[in-house]
Design a protein around this ligand. Structure first.
Ligand code: OOG
Ligand code: MG
Length: 260
């Protein structure tokens, strides 16, 4: 795919985001054979444009790392994208800035040092983790009805639209992240439950996978940046007035926000 086409498709996605207007997926009739590699080039262009507009990358995110997510979205492989500073939500999210947002609970990581390499393992990550944190991601696919193929969602920066980060905690020996359980509550009702093991058997596997995928593109995980490891449960639709909480056990704490 040539540079012009990549830029055109990046603009197609950015326009959807700017106008809060759902678009047809790229693979529907524009480019049915869009490759994963070209999709990441489109994503890179989307990211460059956002940086040109003055936004800054907060950190990377993994997506589609649990069976709950893979089967909900009907795709097969993990992907990565980037959360921007403008997406961080502290207490309330204004739903009028989104198309059809959904929320999912995630475990976050912060590394003590840069992670750069082709064969990074879960053990490497666990040796070098500085903090973990409870989080929720707000995803808002720019595609109609959240219907996409893997290349489509990669090009769309993996539906990244919002993130709520809880308090950083040290990963003590007493916390087994595979066993940490989370309940996602909307207006006091539990809508989803899951354990850390849902994310590639252990969320540190997701961080290792991220490092290895980034390395293939000449990128790496930077010390200190918050990393999202992927939704533990399926994602749930948000409505105005919702009060949303992800309540983790094992000392990870909880995180909440309101939809206004
Ligand atoms: C794609 C983004 C997936 C996750 O945590 O699995 C993702 C989507 O479901 O729209 O962020
Ligand atoms: Mg996510």
């Amino acid at each position: 795919m040539n540079k012009e086409t990549i830029q055109e498709l990046a603009k197609y996605i950015l326009d959807a985001q700017d106008n809060l207007q759902e678009i047809k997926k790229i693979t529907l009739n524009l480019y049915p054979n869009l490759s994963i590699d070209d999709a990441y080039l489109i994503q890179e262009d989307v990211i460059c444009e956002k940086i040109k507009r003055g936004d800054k990358i907060s950190g990377p995110k993994m997506g589609l790392t649990s069976l709950a997510k893979l089967s909900q979205m009907n795709v097969t492989d993990p992907i990565y994208g980037f959360v921007f500073n403008s997406m961080i939500i502290s207490e309330a999210m204004n739903i009028s800035n989104f198309i059809h947002p959904k929320v999912e609970p995630e475990i976050g990581f912060v590394m003590a040092e840069d992670i750069k390499g082709a064969n990074v393992t879960k053990e490497d990550i666990l040796k070098k983790v500085k903090y973990i944190f409870p989080a929720m991601e707000i995803i808002d696919s720019r595609y109609k009805n959240f219907d996409f193929t893997l290349p489509d969602v990669i090009a769309d920066n993996t539906s990244a639209a919002g993130a709520v980060f809880g308090t950083y905690v040290a990963l003590g020996k007493n916390i087994d992240l595979a066993k940490v359980e989370v309940s996602l509550k909307i207006n006091g009702q539990t809508v989803g439950n899951g354990a850390g093991a849902a994310v590639m058997e252990h969320p540190a596997n997701s961080v290792a996978c991220l490092a290895n995928m980034l390395f293939k593109k000449g990128k790496f995980i930077k010390a200190g940046e918050p990393i999202l490891t992927g939704g533990i449960t399926a994602a749930y639709k948000l409505s105005k007035g919702d009060v949303v909480a992800a309540v983790f056990n094992s000392g990870l704490g909880s995180v909440q926000f309101r939809v206004i």
